[in-house]
Design a binder for this molecule. Structure first.
Ligand code: NDP
Length: 392
């Protein structure tokens, strides 16, 4: 019987536990470890018939992770804590020769910059340990990378441009809230935009570039160009691609709140002095904002995340859109979480399932698009994320 260690008991971690339990024949014993034990216990209490062990763990501390992996003899580690913990958890996996998976690339807490460099640098160590690390097995990155691999394999001879289109049309009744970890989310969306074209990077001001896009089952929404991490790996692995951009929808109220918070310094990531105490503004803001995991019950509406491709097939020009629509209330009914956590947690489970089954295997550090997309695409439809292909 396998043992699966899941680190992080937040919105995404909760979905991963639910979905691993639904696939218990593959995942075996489930151990959920996180900083706050009560959060692990809450997830466990939602699944009274499942075999789940819970543990308190400081995932910033590699020796602590190593000793837990050794004690429970984990066959895989699913990291759904925060991007700050990616390296400490990867190092524990190298030391214990344990396969590793995450959903977001490494960020240093003191610098709002995310890139794969430090994770890719661990490729030789994973090879030497004889195990694999799968990076970015969420929705975006994650499913969007698999859509690109699928388009490259089945739909195009050459892909010229890729636009990743991310829409969350969820409503929760709060004036302002984020749909996943507020600190990580706000660092991402308040940063400069960046895209890749003709072999070089172009930088924009935050929210400078926008376009209207008609999202099936949602409608037309303003979509803003952001930098997103999958661009960095896709430019390496999608042969011949000329341009890759990433767009996300934001409503007017969200943008107004964010601008205002930014203008008054509440998105700052450096510690400031307040009445003799050091506080980091964005961490304090996180404390004030609703916990995204608590929004599940109240959220309604849909998400639609997909990829638009332009390219050539059999000498003909083609434009194809692959997308997935999820309904917040349906997700909540199934796993007690809203669709943003659901659409991240399900692909994390699928990536881990394919690794444990040996369908995706190798030694070293990999991004999603490096593997055969077909088994992943089949699992998406089976495990609650059916996708559509539309010729435009
Ligand atoms: P949450 O903040 O809800 O959950 C994070 C969990 O990690 C919390 O339970 C937190 O503990 C725990 N944690 C934080 N630091 C530590 C630590 N040092 N040791 C142990 N546990 C720790 O975040 P989400 O669930 O919304 O997001 C989880 C991950 O998923 C993030 O990396 C996020 O970037 C990624 N993500 C990826 C997406 C994709 O499509 N690829 C989309 C959305 C999210 P505590 O409860 O004590 O705070």
């Amino acid at each position: 019987m396998k043992t699966t260690l899941i680190i992080g008991a937040g919105g995404v971690g909760s979905v991963v536990v639910h979905k691993c339990v639904m696939n218990a024949d593959v995942f075996g014993n489930i151990v959920l470890a996180s900083r706050t034990l009560s959060k692990c216990e809450k997830v466990k209490s939602e699944l009274p018939n499942a075999k789940i062990e819970v543990r308190q763990l400081d995932a910033d501390n590699t020796p602590e992770i190593v000793s837990l992996i050794n004690e429970i003899n984990a066959d895989i580690v699913i990291n759904v804590a925060l991007p700050y913990q990616d390296l400490t958890i990867m190092d524990a996996c190298i030391e214990t020769k344990t396969p590793y998976l995450d959903t977001a690339n490494y960020e240093h807490p003191d610098e709002a910059k995310f890139e794969y460099k430090l994770q890719w640098e661990r490729d030789a160590a994973f090879k030497e340990a004889g195990v694999m690390a799968l990076l970015g097995s969420g929705f975006d990155p994650g499913v969007t990378n698999v859509f690109c691999a699928y388009a490259q394999k089945h739909l195009f001879d050459t892909i010229e441009t890729i636009d990743i289109m991310d829409c969350n049309d969820g409503h929760h009744g709060h004036a302002f809230a984020t749909n996943f970890n507020p600190e990580i989310n706000l660092r991402e969306v308040s940063a400069n935009g960046k895209y890749w074209e003709a072999g070089r990077w172009f930088t924009t001001e935050p929210m400078q570039v926008k376009m209207m896009w008609d999202y099936p089952e949602v409608g037309e929404r303003n979509s803003f160009l952001l930098y997103h991490e999958e661009i960095e790996s896709l430019i390496k692995h999608i042969k011949g691609v000329q341009r890759i951009r990433f767009f996300m929808t934001f409503g007017d109220s969200y943008l107004t709140h964010m601008k205002c918070l930014q203008n008054v310094g509440m998105l700052g990531i450096k510690a400031i002095e307040h009445k003799g105490q050091k506080i980091v503004p964005i961490e304090f803001l996180k404390t004030l904002l609703p916990d995204p995991a608590s929004l599940g019950k109240k959220t309604w509406g849909k998400t639609n995340i997909g990829v638009v491709f332009n390219g050539i097939k059999d000498g003909e020009r083609k434009k194809i859109y692959i997308y997935q629509v999820s309904d917040h209330e349906e997700c909540y009914k199934e796993v007690k979480s809203q669709a943003v956590s659901y659409t991240t947690g399900v692909p994390a489970m699928i990536g881990a399932k394919l690794m444990l089954e040996g369908k995706w295997n190798g030694t070293g550090v990999f991004n999603m698009e490096e593997f055969d997309p077909d088994p992943f695409m089949q699992e998406l439809s089976r495990q609650g994320l059916p996708w559509q292909i539309k010729e435009l």
